[in-house]
Design a protein around this ligand. Structure first.
Ligand SMILES: [Zn+2]
Length: 229
């Protein structure tokens, strides 16, 4: 085995699966850990409430200023992917070489999904470990997908999946999670005085409030707005 079992308890179901020529075994262990997790959340004072802003350039920005980078694996592996696709299209259908090329293509796809999943797991675990309560946004995915350039970057960063991951990890630890209303203007609103800008372009990385003079990183300002009170 690659790693030791992380939990002790009665072993239930064991499932073997295969992804891209690699074998995986998942082992279900019955433990009492769930109770310990809920007790942890009772120590509310130890950890602050955290607002999380998700994005394409920076995967997550927390209201305390911590950021988690977005590896955008599809962008990085685009050439490899294109080459593997091209090679496959040149091979005779169902020939041995075709099969080989198909495996190669699957392996590039697999690598991409591993990088993405790894970064999502690391960021979400790190965030839920330091929060007593969490606030996140509700993505208007269909609205964002209308912008074709943004659509590709959006599917590459799989932000909805990241938010789902944050939610289930928070739930598992007994951390209450607040989801902002879909059209809540977390980026446009000043986290200091509450006034709202009518326009804020994606290029403006620094939020500057004309009303109260508050100046702050754009994503941190959004994260503070998402922070549950
Ligand atoms: Zn202001």
């Amino acid at each position: 085995m690659r790693e030791e079992l992380r939990w002790t308890g009665e072993i239930g179901r064991v499932v073997a699966s295969r992804k891209d020529d690699k074998w995986f075994v998942s082992i279900l262990v019955h433990t009492d850990d769930a109770n310990t997790m809920v007790q942890m959340s009772l120590m509310d004072d130890l950890f602050p409430a955290v607002g999380v802003d998700v994005g394409i350039n920076t995967l997550a920005t927390c209201s305390d200023g911590t950021t988690y980078e977005n590896p955008r694996p599809l962008k990085v592996h685009q050439r490899k992917l294109r080459r593997a696709n091209k090679t496959l299209s040149r091979k005779e259908y169902l020939s041995n070489n075709w099969r080989k090329a198909k495996r190669r293509l699957a392996s590039v796809h697999y690598r991409i999904s591993c990088i993405r999943e790894d970064s999502h797991h690391k960021a979400s675990t790190s965030i839920v470990r330091k929060a007593s309560r969490m606030g996140i946004e509700t993505l208007n995915v269909s609205g964002l997908l209308k912008n074709r350039k943004l659509a590709k970057a959006l599917s590459d960063s799989a932000l909805s999946r990241f938010l789902t991951m944050l939610k289930y990890k928070a739930e598992r630890r007994g951390i209450p999670i607040t989801e902002a209303a879909m059209f809540f203007a977390s980026s446009q609103t000043c986290s200091s005085c509450g006034s709202k800008k009518s326009e804020l372009t994606l290029r403006e990385r620094i939020y500057h409030c004309d009303e109260c003079g508050f100046t702050c990183d754009r994503d941190v300002n959004a994260a503070i707005n998402l922070c549950p009170t």
